[in-house]
Ligand binder design. Structure first.
Ligand SMILES: [Zn+2]
Length: 508
């Protein structure tokens, strides 16, 4: 309780004690001090009167004794004094009774104030919980201001307490219902997101596809492919109005095939297939190896293979005794390391674990780089290079990946028959190359030279999905200036990061 109230209480107690003492005096002792005083004065008066009477009797012995009237008057006076004392005693008793009553009232008032404060605190807590819980979903309390609570009757306070508890329960229920609804919504969203088992993202093994073999190469019917991915098929025609290829598409996906060349276009990015499209008996086909290792990974929403993306190995091309491409003072090994380090910094900022095949001007052999990949088992391998040509005209960006078995190099015609470690990841290699190529093109505005297949030692012998990026032509005067600039290098890095983000969404 407040200090002033405590002091008042103590004072009241002291007063009560003193009154009790007084009351006790009144009760147990016939006369109080006042009484005694009055009594003494009465006695004195009586004694004096007696003395005076005796003296006067002695002195006036001869004269006379007190008269009967005088004695009666004295008696009457004493009676009046006794009555006055009794009245005073009664007044003291009344005073004591009043004081006890006031004390009881004060204690009751204090108890009530305490109960009120507790009730108020509970209600305020319930109100606060309501505000934190789900504001607006539960009606506000009828009375929630301290003033009204202070003036509430105990019954009303109890009612408010019950209301507060009811509100708290309603809030809990609403929150639980919201959580359940969210979980249901999430589950529904997850279920509607195309998976390998969904109609839009079927397991390739379950697809019904007509097949033919032509020149020892197996082909699948492109119309059947389109049907299985929910895509529309159409032939494309050249200026002479003759069939030049085909396109399969829906609102978000589009793949264009050429009946003459290997390069197609998937979602706006140039993608080199292993074989050109085949038209036989007026029906469209693409090679089965292209379908499985190149097209399917670009059309489906999620990879059928469960792979991670936490540790990334960055391979800065060339180094040390191997300068790579040279154009005057421009050396490939310098720019590949600069870009690799920028990429390392950004990836580490994003929380990736990065392993570099080289961090200085050294030359690990291609075998040593592949051995590092095998040793550290990264989730991805990215090799960085700059392109070069004897012709100064070519410019632009390319992304390479290992050649699948049964396919050929983009610039070759020899069919690959021996499987490499990288071929375990053909599908992911295709998607990774596509995403990174797309990212770099968007970031730099560079010329799209496509995703390609080539027998490169580090990508072919990688133990994880791997790509090699050619960020531009050192032999092109305009492009070499860009490649040497931090601005372009940063754009390449942000493009690779965007590609990794796209690839990450492909992972399960
Ligand atoms: Zn190179």
């Amino acid at each position: 309780m407040p200090k002033s109230l405590l002091q008042s209480f103590l004072a009241a107690c002291a007063l009560l004690v003193s009154v009790s003492v007084m009351a006790q005096t009144v009760t147990d002792v016939p006369l109080s001090d006042a009484d005694v005083k009055i009594k003494s004065s009465a006695q004195n008066a009586a004694q004096k009167a007696a003395q005076k009477t005796a003296q006067s009797a002695a002195s006036d012995a001869a004269k006379k004794l007190p008269t009967t009237e005088e004695i009666a008057a004295e008696r009457a006076r004493l009676e009046r004094m006794r009555a006055a004392l009794a009245a005073e005693r009664a007044a003291l008793e009344q005073y004591k009774a009043d004081l006890v009553k006031r004390q009881q009232e004060a204690a009751a008032a204090e108890a009530k104030a305490k109960a009120d404060a507790e009730a108020k605190a509970k209600i305020e807590k319930a109100i606060a919980e309501k505000a934190v819980g789900s504001a607006g979903s539960v009606p506000p309390p009828a009375k929630d201001d301290p003033v009204s609570i202070k003036n509430m009757s105990p019954e009303e306070l109890q009612r408010q307490r019950q209301l507060a508890i009811a509100r708290a329960k309603a809030i809990e229920k609403a929150v639980a219902a919201q959580k359940a609804a969210d979980a249901k919504k999430k589950a529904a969203a997850a279920a509607s997101t195309p998976q390998t088992t969904s109609p839009k993202d079927k397991d390739v093994a379950t697809m019904k596809l007509r097949r033919i073999t032509q020149n020892k190469v197996r082909y699948v019917h492109l119309r059947d492919v389109a049907v299985n991915y929910g895509l529309t098929f159409a032939y494309t025609k050249n200026k002479a109005n003759k069939v030049s290829g085909a396109v399969i598409y829906d609102k978000t996906r589009k793949a264009v095939f050429s009946a003459t060349y290997r390069d197609g276009i998937v979602n706006g990015v140039q993608v080199y297939f292993l074989y050109s499209m085949l038209i036989k008996n007026s029906e469209p086909y693409i090679s089965e190896v292209d379908f499985l290792t190149c097209l399917d990974p670009l059309l489906r929403y999620k990879t059928p293979v469960k792979l991670g993306m936490k540790t990334i190995m960055i391979d800065a091309g060339h180094g040390g005794s191997d300068p790579g491409a040279i154009n005057g003072a421009h050396k490939e090994k310098v720019y590949t390391l600069q870009i690799a380090k920028r990429l390392q910094t950004q990836l580490e900022k994003l929380g990736f674990r990065v392993i570099m095949t080289r961090t200085g001007d050294t030359y690990p052999t291609l075998q040593e780089r592949a051995a590092l990949c095998k040793k550290y088992k990264p989730d991805l391998f990215i090799s960085i290079h700059c392109n070069s040509s004897t012709n100064k005209t070519p410019a632009g960006i390319e992304t390479y990946r290992a050649v699948p078995v049964g396919g050929t190099e983009t610039k070759g015609s020899k069919v690959k028959t021996e499987k490499q470690s990288a071929n375990e990841f053909d599908a992911n290699n295709s998607r990774l190359a596509y995403e990174i190529q797309k990212g770099m093109l968007a970031a730099t505005g560079g010329t799209d030279r496509g995703t390609r297949h080539q027998a490169i030692y580090v990508t072919g012998n990688a133990t994880c999905p791997a790509v090699l990026v050619e960020v531009g032509y050192l032999s092109n005067e305009a492009e070499v200036k860009k490649i040497a600039s931090p601005d372009y290098q940063n754009k390449i890095v942000s493009g690779i990061l965007a590609g990794l983000a796209g690839y990450g969404s492909f992972l399960r």
